[in-house]
Write a protein that binds this ligand. Structure first.
Ligand SMILES: Nc1ccn([C@@H]2O[C@H](COP(=O)(O)OP(=O)(O)OP(=O)(O)O)[C@@H](O)[C@H]2O)c(=O)n1
Ligand SMILES: C[C@](O)(CO)[C@H](O)COP(=O)(O)O
Length: 397
């Protein structure tokens, strides 16, 4: 039997984040929050969310031990932090040394400052290691790149078709990158990423698909960008629910349908006012919310709902949508009845329903049909209503 491949992730978080603090912000960027969650927490949790990652090794600045402890991170795959060095390169080396006990097969080296790593991107890096000694995610350069050694005078325009912007995590076979880093640490020069060290050491490094969302938070304005990205990711999703209800006739002089009292030769029998149309619509909204049905919220055994106006139920369902940060897109009901005739009452029903749901009547449709004298509705023993609701809710999973 082949042993499962072990993959460790090093998260380098020992930088001071000086560029991101250019606006006077004192907290190092990796401890600042984006949408309420510290950047470093996001990065570590994104890695821990990947089942193939066996260990995560954080590397922090010696002055940030309290800040790190304050994150309250706790996971059996999260190793205690080790202290980094004065450069990113030396911090990575400390992480590699710390993994000497685990000796993973692969190591992913990740910037703390890149909190938006996706599972697909990491899978691409790991897949790249099957036939290369290193793999890094990268995106094609989209700007035209000028070479200007003095920052003013252009000496060349690069061929951007062969240029790619490097991201992290960069993946390697652990023993090889450890050895390369050890040797590179004796050089007077500094490398800005681990792939550059691997290339220098003669390892074969592949490019794998990066993602433009995988930004490195570097400058103050990157926080606003990160906030916008999360707000975008937490976009609304459309949900649909259906409802169905039947009530039989009993002696009386009017029926309640769609929140409107319609004089008739009978009434509908029920614990509440027996408004089949509102019941079907209410259930449709509960269905779209995934919140049970009318019986869950208003048990028929509860005497307080005896004779209740069903518009209360509809208002409750609509309130739940609002409380979840959502909105009702449209409601559609069909009433099946030989009598009473519904058409003349439809505008009033739409208005009642729209008011109860705090939407415009244009989002409410009420249709009526007979069952061609077939079945219990055809024999005028009762009324059926069917409904559907379409709502938008913030996506949470
Ligand atoms: N001595 C260092 C320097 C950087 N890093 C880490 O390397 C990643 C990429 O570096 P960069 O974005 O440049 O971060 P800083 O060095 O903190 O930023 P600055 O250069 O603006 O101070 C960051 O997660 C950073 O914390 C590190 O672990 N140790
Ligand atoms: C490793 C890296 O994220 C690749 O783009 C980048 O080089 C690190 O940032 P730094 O500012 O160069 O430390």
């Amino acid at each position: 039997m082949t042993r499962a491949r072990s993959i460790a992730a090093i998260v380098v978080a020992a930088g001071k984040g000086e560029r991101a603090s250019a606006n006077g912000e004192s907290l190092p960027k990796q401890y600042r929050s984006v949408h309420g969650i510290p950047v470093l927490t996001r990065t570590i949790k994104a890695l821990l969310a990947l089942p193939d990652v066996t260990f995560v090794q954080p590397v922090i600045h010696p002055d940030h031990a309290d800040l790190y402890a304050g994150l309250g991170l706790d996971d059996e795959r999260l190793l205690p932090p080790v202290m980094g060095g004065a450069t990113r390169q030396s911090s990575v080396l400390e992480g590699l040394k710390a993994l000497g006990r685990q000796r993973p097969d692969y190591v992913l080296i990740q910037d703390a400052a890149r909190p938006f790593i996706g599972a697909e991107l990491v899978a691409g890096v790991v897949a790249g290691l099957a036939d290369h000694e290193g793999a890094l995610p990268a995106v094609p350069v989209t700007d035209t790149i000028k070479r200007a050694p003095d920052g003013v005078n252009i000496v060349a325009t690069e061929d951007r078709r062969v240029l790619f912007a490097a991201q992290t995590p960069q993946g390697f076979r652990y023993p090889q990158i450890f050895s390369a880093h050890m040797r590179a640490s004796t050089l007077p020069r500094e490398f800005t990423d681990d792939a550059a060290i691997a290339e220098w050491a003669g390892l074969r490094v592949a490019l794998t698909p990066g993602n433009t969302s995988n930004i490195k938070i570097t400058h103050p304005e990157d926080f606003a960008r990160a906030e916008r990205m999360i707000a975008g990711a937490q976009s609304m999703e459309t949900r649909v629910g259906t409802g169905f209800d039947v009530h039989e006739f009993e002696p009386g002089d009017a029926v309640w349908l769609g929140g409107v009292r319609i004089p008739h030769t009978a009434k509908l029998k029920g614990h509440s006012d027996a408004d089949v149309a509102l019941h079907a619509l209410t259930d449709a909204i509960y269905g779209a919310l995934g919140e049970g049905d009318i019986g869950t919220h208003f048990p028929p055994s509860d005497p307080q709902w005896k004779g209740a106006a069903s518009v209360i139920f509809l208002e409750h369902a609509a309130k739940l949508v609002a409380e979840r940060g959502g909105r009702i897109v449209n409601l559609d009901a069909t009433i099946v009845a030989e009598s009473p005739k519904i058409a003349a009452h439809v505008p009033a029903m739409r208005q009642v329903i729209a008011t109860a749901c705090a939407i415009t009547p244009s989002r409410v449709t009420i249709k009526a049909t007979t069952s061609e004298r077939l079945g219990f509705t055809g024999r005028e023993e009762g009324i059926v209503a069917m409904a559907s609701a379409s709502i938008e809710l913030p996506r949470v999973d």
